[in-house]
Design a binder for this molecule. Structure first.
Ligand SMILES: Nc1nc2c(ncn2[C@@H]2O[C@H](COP(=O)(O)OP(=O)(O)O)[C@@H](O)[C@H]2O)c(=O)[nH]1
Ligand SMILES: [Mg+2]
Length: 207
């Protein structure tokens, strides 16, 4: 697997902690434990870039990474690992602080090109994922959906969950976002996601 040069830039809850918005950026979001950190490591081909944890609810900051290029070109880009939602064991205050931070980040980050919303391919559509999609759609923030952990069930089951997800979104939205399938066990989705990033990066600065 080709490794991409990547480095952790920093971590923080406020704009002053985040790197200058001078490169195209992609944010990874989803329920705790859905596989955000794992997917980030898989995309970069680096084992311990983002911390993978069996204890959900660990990351509380926006973690920024700089990646040198994709599989097909050398343009650098930024990646943001956002704290997960849907973690039951947090207080109301913590949840409110989380919402404020995520919303401020997603609304205000000027170099944000696309949000990768990760959902667990084993589950039927979850309300908190649908709520997040609804919010992103209402705000007009570009996003795609990545179904994670596809190695954990048969392909027909994955496909039926994806189809159900699509039907659920179609009830509310005319257009359904792009969808990707991924597995960090098999590397599924890596090429497609990096090709997508490369394509968006190519348009950066030309608008
Ligand atoms: N089998 C399998 N396990 C995965 C996959 N992605 C993540 N995991 C596991 O799911 C757990 C949570 O992963 P993590 O990346 O920390 O999730 P995060 O909380 O969203 O950052 C870890 O035990 C990972 O090893 C996948 O594609 N396949
Ligand atoms: Mg994580």
């Amino acid at each position: 697997m080709k490794t991409l040069k990547a480095q952790h830039l920093g971590s923080g809850r406020e704009a002053k902690h985040w790197p200058k918005p001078t490169l195209p950026e992609y944010a990874f979001i989803g329920r705790s434990n859905v596989g955000k950190s794992s997917l980030i490591n898989m995309l970069c081909g680096v084992n311990k870039l983002a911390r993978v944890s069996n204890t959900p609810g660990r990351t509380r900051n926006v973690e920024h990474f700089r990646v040198e290029g994709t599989l097909t070109d050398a343009r650098p880009w930024l990646l943001a690992d956002l704290p997960g939602y849907g973690f039951a064991k947090i207080s109301k205050d913590e949840r409110a602080a989380w919402e404020r931070m995520i919303r401020a980040y997603l609304r205000g980050r000027e170099n944000l090109q696309c949000v990768f919303l990760l959902v667990d391919s084993r589950l039927e559509p979850q309300q908190n994922d649908l709520d997040m999609i609804h919010w992103l759609g209402t705000e007009g923030i570009p996003f795609v959906i990545v179904f994670t952990k596809t190695d954990k069930l048969s392909m027909p089951k994955v496909e039926s969950h994806v189809a159900l997800f699509r039907r659920t979104l179609k009830k509310t939205w005319k257009e359904v976002p792009m969808m990707f399938l991924s597995s960090v066990e098999t590397g599924k989705g890596r090429e497609e996601l990096l090709a997508f990033i490369a394509e968006v990066n190519a348009g950066w600065g030309s608008a």
